[in-house]
Design a protein around this ligand. Structure first.
Ligand code: ADP
Length: 461
C-alpha cells in the first residue's frame, strides 16, 4: 500500500513540476533566454568594433538571430547598415528615443543597457540592447540590438493540451503499474513471513518460496539454507540425546540386573558373586568414563576451557600416557616410540595428553590380534608430528571423513563393551582445532590406520 502511494505520489509530483515549467513559467523562461541571446549578439558585435570585419559581423549576427543590429553616431544618425537611399536621407532615431535610451550610457558611465518594453501597437514586447562602441575619426558610435518577444500563448495552448493527455495516461499507468509492482514485491515477502512463522512454531519441513526479484530470491535462498542448517542441528541434537540416553541406560540396566542377581542368586556363591561384582565395577567405570568424555566434549565445544600453552616434551607426554596402558603389555601388547629430532612443542599438555590417549586407546580397541602400536614423534620443518600407527582393522574410504563426528561409528555391528564411547575422536578434533594444529588419518581397510597431528615447534630455528 505504502509503495503504491509513494510511486503514485512521485508520478503526481513529476507532472506538477512539468506543468509549472511548461505552462506557468514558460513566459519568463522564454523572455530570459531571449534577453540573453540579444545581449550576446550585442557583445559579439561590439567586440569586433574597430576590426576590418566589423560590418560583416553586424550583418551576420542580425541574420543569425533575426534581430535588428544598428550603429548610430552621437547625433542619432544611423551609420550602418544603410540602404542606398539612406545615404541621401540619413535616417535618424527619434530625438526623444535617443536621449532616453543612449544618454544614460554616457551619463551613468555604464557599458551597456537592456530594456524590455511593449512594442507599440501590438501585444508583443521588444528587447532593446544598447552599448557604446567607441570613437573613430572624431565620432562617437553607439550600437543598438533589438528583437521582438513573440507571444508564446499559442504554443502554451498546444502544450497544455498535450500535457493533459500525458498527465492522464501517466497517472493511470503510475497507479496501475505501482499496484502490480507492489503486489509482486510485497507478496513474496509476506509469504516469507508466513513461512518463517511456521518455522518458528517448530515445523522444520518448510521451504521458502524463491520466486520474486533478485534480492527477494537471495533472501529466500539464504533462509532456506538457514532452515537446512537448523534442521541438521536439531537432528544432531536428537541423535545425541538418543545415543547418550542409550549409552547411559545400558550400563545402568546391567548394574541393576547384576545387583539383583547378587541379591537373589550369587549372594552366597563367592565365585559367581565375584564375577558379578566385577561386571558392576566395570560398568560403573564405563559410566564414569562416558560422563567424563561428555563433559570434556561440551567443554571444548563451547570453548570455555581456554588453552594453557606451554613448552611440552611430546615424548615424555607419550610415555606418561602409555603408562596407563601398562596392564596391556601383560596381554602381549607392544608400544614402540620412534623419536626423530626434538620432541619439544608448544601446546596445552593436559589436552594433548587426552588426544594421544584417545589415539592410542583407539589403536588398541581396533587392533584385534595385531598387538603392536608404533608411535612416531618427528621434528619436521613446520612442526612436530606425532602419529599413532596400528595394524588393525583399518577404516574404509567412505568412513574416513565421518569418524571425527561425535557418535560416528565405522562398523555397524558395533559392540559397546569392546570399544569406547563414540566421543573420543570428536574430542580430539575439537582440541586440535582449538590449537590450530593440522591433523588427520591415513588408513587402509584391513591393514591398519595412522592417526596424526602436527604441533607447533618450540623455539623454531
Ligand atoms: P569410539 O569410542 O567408538 O572409538 P571414536 O570417536 O574414538 O569413538 O572413534 C570413532 C570411530 O572411528 C570408531 O567407532 C571406529 O569406527 C573408528 N576408528 C577410530 N580409530 C580407529 C582405528 N585406529 N582403527 C579403525 N577404526 C577406528
Amino acid at each position: 500500500m505504502r509503495f503504491w502511494l509513494y510511486f503514485s505520489g512521485m508520478a503526481i509530483f513529476i507532472l506538477v513540476l512539468l506543468w509549472l515549467l511548461q505552462i506557468v513559467f514558460i513566459n519568463s523562461f522564454y523572455q530570459t533566454i531571449k534577453i540573453r541571446q540579444t545581449e550576446e549578439i550585442g557583445r559579439t558585435v561590439s567586440a569586433s568594433f574597430g576590426t576590418p570585419n566589423f560590418e560583416g559581423t553586424v550583418l551576420r549576427e542580425s541574420f543569425r538571430q533575426n534581430a535588428s543590429v544598428q550603429v548610430y553616431n552621437e547625433e542619432g544618425i544611423l551609420v550602418f547598415p544603410l540602404n542606398p537611399l539612406d545615404y541621401i536621407f540619413q535616417p535618424m532615431v527619434d530625438k526623444g528615443d535617443f536621449e532616453r535610451y543612449f544618454r544614460p550610457l554616457t551619463q551613468e558611465n555604464t557599458k551597456e543597457f537592456t530594456y524590455v518594453s511593449p512594442y507599440e501597437g501590438t501585444e508583443n514586447s521588444a528587447i532593446l540592447y544598447v552599448t557604446y562602441l567607441g570613437e573613430e575619426a572624431g565620432h562617437k558610435f553607439y550600437l543598438s540590438v533589438s528583437s521582438i518577444l513573440d507571444p508564446v500563448d499559442s504554443t502554451v495552448e498546444i502544450l497544455k493540451n498535450q500535457l493533459v493527455i500525458i498527465s492522464i495516461i501517466s497517472l493511470i499507468l503510475a497507479f496501475v503499474l505501482s499496484y502490480f509492482l507492489s503486489r509482486r514485491l510485497a507478496k513474496p515477502l509476506s509469504n516469507m513471513a508466513k513461512t518463517a512463522r511456521q518455522l518458528g512454531r517448530g515445523d522444520y519441513d518448510v521451504t521458502f518460496d524463491t520466486r520474486g526479484y533478485t534480492e527477494v530470491h537471495d533472501l529466500a535462498q539464504t533462509l532456506n539454507y538457514a532452515t537446512g542448517e537448523l534442521t541438521k542441528t536439531i537432528e544432531l541434537r536428537k541423535d545425541l540425546i538418543a545415543n547418550v540416553s542409550h549409552d547411559l541406560k545400558t550400563p545402568l540396566t546391567l548394574i541393576k540386573s547384576y545387583g539383583e542377581m547378587i541379591r537373589d542368586i550369587s549372594g552366597d556363591l563367592p565365585e559367581l558373586r565375584e564375577r558379578h561384582i566385577q561386571t558392576i565395577l566395570e560398568e560403573a567405570d564405563y559410566l564414569t568414563g562416558f560422563v567424563n568424555d561428555l563433559l570434556d566434549l561440551s567443554r571444548v565445544e563451547s570453548g570455555i576451557s581456554a588453552l594453557e600453552l606451554e613448552e611440552v616434551d611430546l615424548e615424555a607426554l607419550t610415555r606418561e600416557t602409555l603408562s596407563r596402558f601398562a596392564h596391556l603389555e601383560e596381554e602381549g601388547y607392544e608400544f614402540v616410540i620412534h623419536l626423530k629430532g626434538s620432541p619439544m612443542a608448544i601446546c596445552d599438555a593436559s589436552k594433548i595428553r587426552q588426544v594421544i590417549y584417545n589415539f592410542i586407546s583407539n589403536g588398541v580397541n581396533y587392533s584385534h590380534n595385531q598387538k603392536r602400536l608404533d608411535i612416531h614423534i618427528t621434528e619436521e620443518e613446520d612442526g612436530v608430528a606425532l602419529s599413532v600407527q596400528d595394524y588393525g582393522i583399518g577404516i574404509s574410504q567412505e568412513h574416513l571423513e565421518g569418524i571425527w563426528e561425535r557418535y560416528y561409528r565405522a562398523s555397524a555391528n558395533y559392540k559397546r563393551s569392546d570399544v569406547g564411547t563414540g566421543l573420543g575422536l570428536s574430542i580430539c578434533k575439537n582440541i586440535l582445532e582449538l590449537h590450530g594444529f593440522p591433523y588427520g588419518v591415513n588408513s587402509v581397510e584391513g591393514e591398519g590406520s595412522t592417526f596424526y597431528f602436527v604441533a607447533t615447534k618450540a623455539n623454531p630455528q
